[in-house]
Design a protein around this ligand. Structure first.
Ligand SMILES: Nc1ncnc2c1ncn2[C@@H]1O[C@H](COP(=O)(O)OP(=O)(O)OP(=O)(O)O)[C@@H](O)[C@H]1O
Length: 255
């Protein structure tokens, strides 16, 4: 069987006396769109930070593209970081840089390409993210919420990553903007062959976009299944999460 793009085994995360993850397993295959969900404080953001090497787990193994990242050296980590892009909550763009300059940041950091070529690549990524050409010259403060997210996506795909992490991509968007962003994620997966991991509370995104959804609870991944299977789970935590009125409305919209 092909090596998973992400493989987490026996992960433990502890802050002082608080154990956030214990013996947690999670894996993602090439080309999948997988969401991480769970109650507030269940450790979604922390898991994402550990997978992306921003934080080290207390114990366990995290493999990216088959390579162990726990205890990895700086040079190897730098090389691996090139292979994934990340979109943080609120976009996290540099406010003093234009969209083109923002998208160029990872290209300048990781390549020695000439400035004119970097500009051309940045414009291509801006177009791929569904922004009009004139957005390249604008500053983040001059963009709508949806455009900021797209600019952040353009930056995340600047280095042609194999893997994309999205932290709450539709948070703060109106339903039309959120649906458009969902479409963008599907389009990017299909055209660029990306593997995508999304942390989200957005039930519409879960139904529309994901292949599987990993549910975090009781310090581990309780289940990682397609939505139609997960939402039929008998586990009390999963049932409670998916049986509120908003969850029922999102499920009904799929029928
Ligand atoms: N650096 C840290 N030091 C101490 N505790 C932390 C740290 N980072 C996270 N925690 C704790 O770990 C737990 C999990 O936090 P995390 O932010 O990963 O949850 P989450 O599932 O992403 O929550 P939310 O949906 O509210 O964003 C929380 O109890 C949090 O207080």
């Amino acid at each position: 069987m092909a090596t998973p793009v992400i493989e987490v085994r026996g992960l433990r995360t502890q802050f002082g006396l608080k154990v956030v993850h214990e013996d947690l397993d999670f894996s993602v295959r090439r080309g999948e769109i997988v969401a991480l969900v769970g109650g507030s404080g269940s450790g979604k953001t922390t898991l994402l930070r550990e997978i992306t090497m921003l934080d080290a787990p207390s114990a366990g193994s995290v493999r990216l593209f088959g390579e162990e990242t726990v205890g990895i050296g700086e040079a190897a980590a730098f090389a691996l970081r090139r292979r994934f892009g990340m979109m943080f909550q609120l976009g996290a763009l540099f406010s003093s840089l234009t969209v083109r300059e923002n998208v160029a940041v990872p290209l300048r950091e990781h390549t020695r390409l000439p400035a004119a070529l970097i500009d051309d690549i940045a414009e291509l990524k801006i177009a791929l993210a569904g922004l009009p050409p004139d957005a390249a010259e604008r500053y983040p403060a001059q963009l709508s919420g949806g455009m900021i997210k797209r600019a952040a996506v353009a930056r995340a795909i600047a280095l042609d990553p194999d893997l994309l992490f999205l932290d709450e991509p539709t948070a703060g968007l109106d339903p039309v903007g959120a649906a458009a962003l969902d479409e963008l994620v599907l389009q990017l997966r299909d055209t660029l062959g990306l593997t995508v991991v999304i942390v989200t509370h957005d039930l519409d995104t879960l139904w529309r976009v994901t292949d599987r959804v990993a549910f975090l609870g009781e310090r581990r991944v309780l289940a990682c299944e397609p939505m139609p299977v997960l939402t039929r789970s008998e586990h009390p935590l999963i049932r409670a999460y998916f049986t509120g009125p908003r969850a029922r409305a999102a499920a009904a919209a799929q029928a």
